[in-house]
Ligand binder design. Sequence first.
Ligand code: ADP
Ligand code: MG
Length: 152
Amino acid sequence: MEFERFLPDEQATVRLGEDLALTLRKGDVLALHGDLGAGKTTLARSLIRALAGDAELEVPSPTFTLVQSYDTRVPIHHFDLYRLSSADELDELGFEDALEQGAALVEWPEKAGDRLPPAAARIELVEQGEGRLVRISASGPLGERIGRSFAT
Ligand code: ADP
Ligand code: MG
């Protein structure tokens, strides 16, 4: 399944995160593509807050820690791999274990190379005028769930 949608403002990105949270199950991986400032963390934050059922939950960008984990309905691991020095460092972060134990949101997924599971959904944010264009593509069970929930 593949679709794109224009997100005119930050609130639209927040709502997309809330909608995606409803589809998320253990083992799901969402690869968040996009340049610096595209809105990856904004999307991840709203998704995590929706999973936590807490709109005020502190969700810092994992820029320096590389990963932040949350004990939510589905345990969620928020990665930002921008500063990853090598794919080997993923072992130290417990990347594979995290994917088995919960769900994962991965900013800068390119850095994980072939360690990123093939079943990961691809979410790409691109600046467009004042807003963002989001492209989502996903296959398998995750693709079906997202497709059903976003069918228009
Ligand atoms: P990234 O993690 O991709 O570097 P951030 O989420 O940290 O990006 O920052 C994105 C910036 O863009 C924030 O200032 C946020 O308010 C803004 N933003 C998010 N979504 C939209 C949107 N749909 N339209 C306009 N601005 C947005
Ligand atoms: Mg970010």
